[in-house]
Design a protein around this ligand. Structure first.
Ligand code: IMP
Ligand code: MG
Length: 185
C-alpha cells in the first residue's frame, strides 16, 4: 500500500475529458441502447470490475428499458501500465446468461486482450446476443476480434485515469478523465 502511494506522489494529472463531456456522452449511449433493445427486454448488463463500476452505474441510469446487472472481475495489468495479455478471471458472473441479451460494459479497450478473452468465454455460454459498450477505445492499438457496437470516445495511446480507471489502485475517484504523467516516464 505504502509503496503504491509513494509511486504516485509526484505524478501529475492533466484533465483530458471533462465531467460534463463524459456525462453528455454516457447519456447519448444510454439513449441509443434503449432504442436498440426495445422489444428485447430485459437487457443484461455485465461489467468487468473494477474499472467499469462508475461508467456502468451512470450508463444504466440512462437506459430506459428494464435492465439486470451482473459483474465479473478480471485482472491483467497488475501494477503496470501495459496489459500483460494474461487475463485472469478472479470472480465469475453470479447469473446464468444462456438465452439472455448481454451488453458488456467496459471502461476502456486498450490492447483488446481482456475483451477477447471475456467474449470467448461468455459467447460459449450461449447468450441470445452479445454487444460491447465501451467508454474509451484506443482505436490505433487494439487487437480486438469482436466488433464494438457502442463507443464513447476514441483516444490515442495514452494512459488515462479517473472515472473508475486506476493507476496502481488510485485515481478511480476523479470525476473527470485525466492523463497521468509519471515522473521519469
Ligand atoms: P486491454 O486488455 O489492454 O484492452 O485492457 C483492458 C483493461 O485494462 C481495461 O478494462 C482497464 O481496466 C485497463 N486499462 C487499459 N488501459 C488503461 C488506461 O489507459 N488507464 C487505466 N486502465 C487501463
Ligand atoms: Mg484497471
Amino acid at each position: 500500500m505504502e509503496s503504491s502511494l509513494s509511486a504516485i506522489k509526484d505524478a501529475k494529472i492533466r484533465e483530458f475529458i471533462s465531467e460534463e463531456a463524459i456525462a453528455k456522452k454516457v447519456k447519448e449511449m444510454g439513449k441509443q441502447i434503449s432504442e436498440d433493445y426495445r422489444g428485447r427486454e430485459p437487457l443484461h448488463v455485465v461489467g468487468a470490475l473494477k474499472g467499469c463500476f462508475i461508467f456502468m452505474a451512470d450508463l444504466i441510469r440512462h437506459i430506459e428499458i428494464p435492465v439486470e446487472v451482473d459483474f465479473l472481475e478480471v485482472s491483467s495489468y497488475g501494477d503496470s501500465t501495459e496489459s500483460s495479455g494474461n487475463v485472469k478471471i478472479i470472480k465469475d458472473l453470479t447469473q446464468d446468461i444462456a438465452g439472455r441479451h448481454l451488453l458488456l460494459a467496459e471502461d476502456i479497450i486498450d490492447t483488446g486482450l481482456t475483451i477477447n478473452r471475456l467474449l470467448d468465454m461468455l459467447s460459449a455460454r450461449e447468450p441470445a446476443s452479445i454487444h460491447i459498450a465501451t467508454l474509451l477505445i484506443k482505436e490505433e492499438k487494439h487487437k480486438l476480434r469482436y466488433p464494438v457496437t457502442y463507443k464513447g470516445f476514441a483516444i490515442h495511446d495514452e494512459f488515462v485515469v479517473g472515472y473508475g480507471m486506476d493507476y496502481r489502485g488510485y485515481y478511480r475517484n476523479l470525476p473527470y478523465i485525466g492523463i497521468l504523467d509519471l515522473p521519469g516516464k
